[in-house]
Design a protein around this ligand. Sequence first.
Ligand SMILES: *[C@@H]1O[C@H](CO)[C@@H](O)[C@H](O)[C@H]1NC(C)=O
Ligand SMILES: *[C@@H]1O[C@H](CO)[C@@H](O)[C@H](O)[C@H]1NC(C)=O
Ligand SMILES: *[C@@H]1O[C@H](CO)[C@@H](O)[C@H](O)[C@H]1NC(C)=O
Ligand SMILES: *[C@@H]1O[C@H](CO)[C@@H](O)[C@H](O)[C@H]1NC(C)=O
Length: 790
Amino acid sequence: MRTFSVLLIWACLALEADSMAFFRGLAKKESEGQRRSDGGGLRRSKRGWMWKQFFLQEEYTGTDYQYIGKLHSDMDREDGSVKYVLTGEGAGTIFVINENSGDLHATRSLDREEKAFYTLRAQALNRSTGLPLERDTEFIVKLHDINDNEPKFEKDVYTASVPERSNIGTSVTQVTAQDADDEMFGNSAKLVYSISQGHPYFSVEPHTGIIRTALGPADMDREQRDKYQVVIEAKDMAGQRGGLTGSTTVNIVLTDVNDNPPRFAESIYQFSVPELTNTGSVVGRIKAVDADIGRNAEMDYTVVGGDGLEVFDITTNRSTQEGVLTVRKPLDYERKKFYTLQIQVQNTHPDLRFMFPNPKDVATVRVSVEDVDEPPQFGRFSYVMEVKEDAAMGTTIGSVSAVDPDVKRKPVKYIIDRHTDVDHVFNIHEGKGSIYLQRPLDREETAWHNISVIASELDNPQQSSRASVYIRVTDINDNAPVLASFYEMFVCENTKEDQKIQTITAVDADEPISGHRFKFGLAAESTVNANFTVRDNGDNTAGIYTRRAGFGRLQKSTHLVAVVITDGELPFQSSTGTLTVRVCTCDRHGNMEMCNVEALSSAAGLSTGALIAILLCVIILLLIVVLFAALKRQKKKEPLIVSKEDVRDNVVSYNDEGGGEEDTQAFDIGALRHPEVIEESKQRRDIIPSESLYPPPPLRRTAVPTRDNADVRDFIDQRVLDNDSNPTAPPYDSLATYAYEGNGSVAESLSSLGSASSDGEQDYNYLSEWGPRFRKLADMYGGEDSDWDC
Ligand SMILES: *[C@@H]1O[C@H](CO)[C@@H](O)[C@H](O)[C@H]1NC(C)=O
Ligand SMILES: *[C@@H]1O[C@H](CO)[C@@H](O)[C@H](O)[C@H]1NC(C)=O
Ligand SMILES: *[C@@H]1O[C@H](CO)[C@@H](O)[C@H](O)[C@H]1NC(C)=O
Ligand SMILES: *[C@@H]1O[C@H](CO)[C@@H](O)[C@H](O)[C@H]1NC(C)=O
């Protein structure tokens, strides 16, 4: 069994160069079988001791090659017959081997932080044969760390904040530094934090880098100082002398807490406000000072006392935190000239941890009311007065009064706003304010006079105010009652005695408070030889009754009955109304049958205008009847029109035989066809082709072949002429379609049966002609001698 052993020489470097020591070890012999059973196990990871490792100091500064170790095969009898060969990472460049002695060197300085180890393979060959003496073996060159990296903080500058007045030891933030050196080896990466700036406010935990407050709440006051710059250092080598350091800056801000109450800058504030200031207007602003900021400086103002407690309000302007003093109730200089208010201020969001000795502050606000020249003021906003409609000129109706509220009590002058009394019905005493009548009144014409009265200062008309005066004109009985309407009445010739022929009533323009009470009676001139009586019903109506039987129409055609109507108010007013009673012939039931001629015409009760209207109606009716008859006659000639609604579309009728399969006009076979063809057939039916405007559709089979059609032309000309001269033809343009077989047809009929044998379209000889004057109405003639229609 052949064995291969590698002599490992490894150097262990202490930190100081002079304390460098070399250790030598011998690699354990390994049998090939053992390695095989390891499955090519060159990494024996479970072993705590890495035998196949060479160690090399990083950052070597020497000028010659750095010696790493020696490879040796026990087949080597040191006679120069063995040749060592190196392969793997950096072989030949970074690492070189002496092929005779097996000495391994590094050609240049290496950085562990760049690459911590290199994996290489070595082999011993028979120099003369070039054959390997052993299987090649793998080994590792590991770089030995030196403290060549200083700690580095994650950020150059940290920012952090901590509430002011925090307890001692409150955590602010944590800073961490990293050291690139080997953490597993020595202290090169073992860091210790310390604070180099920021004493005595803050401290740092040496091993965690947590920054904490180092002073108590009393000393951490934002209002004193709110910004701190703290410098933290991290030192490796566990903080020992000779370690490398890195540092960072931490900007710490103290955040606000509500540790200050608002305070008024002054104890007394003074404002003045004109007396006529509207309610809600601002009188002034006061502001308390709060050392805190933001939400902690929000404050509420309240009026807590003083004689102006009810008169003023204070609110907080949230953007400025000012107390805004406003007027709540109207001010009157003449009544009260000064007000005193106690205004209190306190924080909106107090912090219960900071119980101030007095969280509220109170200030006094003095408000003086300034005098304003005010217009005179009426005792009332409006006045209601009454005056009898028959009041004499100059009668005083009532009076208004206004006083100047100012201290000086300036004299007042009254006038009537003439816009409200354009007719100068009223006037007012300039100095006294008494309103008197200047023109006669009529309640029946104007029942209310609503006027405006203006009171102004005598020497300053600008200072004025106005009041409404509602003058009601009260009724007096100055109108006589009259018949409520013109009564049309008649009496039958064969009437009996004491027959009621009419009920009458009356109207009166006056408006008595207790309502109307009319009395009816016969006038003196009608009582002699009276033929009628008037019976008062006691309810403002009366009945007219016959007094005798038998009135002769021919004897006396009309009777006049004079009725006296009296009202019930003092002074009594009465009038006489005359009723006309016609004598007429009646049937047994008392229905009027015949009166005298003048009676009839007037009985009809129609004016000439109405008669003319009726006459016109009759004429129009007659015309309609005539027109209807004419249309009806015409319609009889149109048996093919199925519906009147769309005459233009209905030039196609369906009760025909049809022209065969090509006769798309006769019935729609579109449903059986290609959509394109359907489209085409639609076009044919709906669009009126006009040669001048549209090119003829490609399949326009209705087009008349121009040759050999003299008889057709004649036929059309004749029809056009007929239509033009037809008195029953409609007065507008219409479309007339004719079916004409032509005289050259072989068949008697143009039915599809007859045409089946013919070989061309033209044989159909059917046509549709659009006469210039025939556009709208299809006038269709189904010829008796033709058995097809189109
Ligand atoms: C090298 O090979 C030669 C020829 O085969 C042999 O004589 C010699 O012993 C070998 N050397 C070693 C060290 O095996
Ligand atoms: C608060 O005061 C400011 C400045 O005087 C003003 O512009 C703003 O309109 C006020 N806000 C209110 C709600 O009155
Ligand atoms: C005048 O005032 C009275 C009472 O308010 C009212 O009834 C009447 O309609 C008014 N007349 C006119 C013309 O405004
Ligand atoms: C009553 O009728 C008679 C006869 O018709 C007539 O003569 C007489 O004048 C009438 N009386 C009055 C008051 O019209």
